[in-house]
Design a binder for this molecule. Structure first.
Ligand code: 8OZ
Length: 362
């Protein structure tokens, strides 16, 4: 029986155990959206994870949607991240970077020259975002033109190359939680015509093209993707047929030889089996058509994580909030030790408090 504490490989990335730190937005980047010394310390403390998926990081200035999130598009950001990856590697860990474009989940005050956010279509969500002025309604987006798509794909490719230059072991493309890539995939948002709208093949085209471009630049065996087929997070309804949509996507991605798929099961940070979901989503059917690594996430604890790995239903399990409050989560799970409680009011923004001051076991 495979346990959480056995090594595994996700493509070219060798993990000492199957416990993954999920990507977690903390809004603590410094001037220029550069990760600073506190961020180095935060990730260093968590290097015993089999794999750290570093927080969502904008691929370009237009990809930002919240205050003080880090980027991977400037030399200063690459240098800041280099200190993070060096610290994690010195601690024996592995770390990949999550590549992020928020699309319509943004506010003009965060964008270059007060620009309008961009999306697949010009539909404004009821979502809020966090700016210098506090929580505000997101700004009305405009639809990207087809002739802007090549530059967008290039921004992802460039960000992936920057991530490798910053010492990351790979990247995870953020195609979850209703940011830009879900805004293209879901028919609840995308009402385009042309090559990126209409059929499932057209709506998934952007994501597939990005994955091909990123994998071509840094190697498929260092490239993963995160998905959340049924989440309504960020005020975004589900697709009319999530099973067909995300099933098609996985079948398109399968031949690329990607390192992993990282699956958020159910509502992000909420119900694993949402009550309003009439037909349960069949995650196993997706896994069946994908030969690479399979990471699962959302509300796992020691018994359920142990079981999903023992059953062979996943290669690794990602933990989010438990990793925020327990830098030594791997040891605590192994020793069945109690977990520190989370101070939720300290999740977003601020300094060391609620970030680097959670105690490890003595
Ligand atoms: C919480 C707050 C801000 C951003 C995600 C990157 O949901 C996020 C995020 C989560 O993937």
């Amino acid at each position: 029986m495979t346990t959480l504490f056995e090594p595994t490989r996700l493509g070219d990335i060798a993990l000492a155990n199957r416990i993954v730190m999920a990507p977690l937005t903390r809004n603590r980047a410094q001037a220029g959206n550069v990760p600073g010394p506190l961020t180095v310390e935060y990730y260093r403390q968590r290097a015993s994870a089999g794999l750290i998926i570093a927080e969502a990081t904008q691929i370009s200035p237009m990809g930002q949607g919240y205050l003080d999130t880090p980027g991977i598009h400037s030399p200063e950001q690459v240098a800041g991240w280099r200190k993070v990856t060096d610290a994690v590697h010195a601690g024996g860990g592995r770390i990949v970077l999550q590549l992020w474009h928020v699309g319509r989940i943004s506010h003009s005050s965060l964008l270059p020259d007060g620009a309008q956010p961009v999306s697949s279509s010009a539909h404004r969500p009821n979502a809020k975002t966090f700016t210098r002025e506090g929580f505000v309604d997101t700004s009305a987006p405009r639809a990207l033109r087809d002739d802007e798509i090549p530059d967008l794909i290039e921004d992802y490719r460039r960000a992936a190359v920057n991530a490798i230059e910053a010492g990351f072991d790979g990247v995870e493309v953020h195609a979850a939680n209703n940011y830009l890539l879900d805004q293209f995939m879901r028919d609840s948002v995308n009402d385009r015509s042309g090559p990126y709208g209409g059929s499932i093949a057209n709506r998934t085209r952007l994501v597939v093209d990005i994955m091909k471009s990123v994998a071509g630049a840094i190697g498929a065996a260092r490239t993963g993707i995160r998905l959340s087929p049924v989440t309504t997070f960020n005020d975004t309804p589900r697709d009319s047929d999530p099973q067909a949509l995300y099933g098609h996507l996985i079948r398109e991605l399968a031949p690329l030889g990607l390192a992993f798929v990282h699956m958020i099961e159910g509502e992000t940070g909420g119900a694993r089996a949402p009550a309003d979901l009439v037909t349960p989503f069949d995650y196993a059917a997706l896994k069946q058509s994908f030969a690479g690594g399979w990471i699962v996430n959302n509300g796992y604890d020691a018994p359920t994580a142990t079981k999903v790995v023992a059953d062979g239903a996943a290669d690794a399990v990602a933990f989010g909030r438990p990793f925020i409050s327990n830098p030594d989560l791997v040891r605590r799970l192994r020793e069945n030790a109690p977990l520190n409680p989370l101070r939720a009011e300290l999740l977003y923004g601020g300094g060391a408090e609620g970030y680097t001051d959670y105690p490890a076991l003595p």
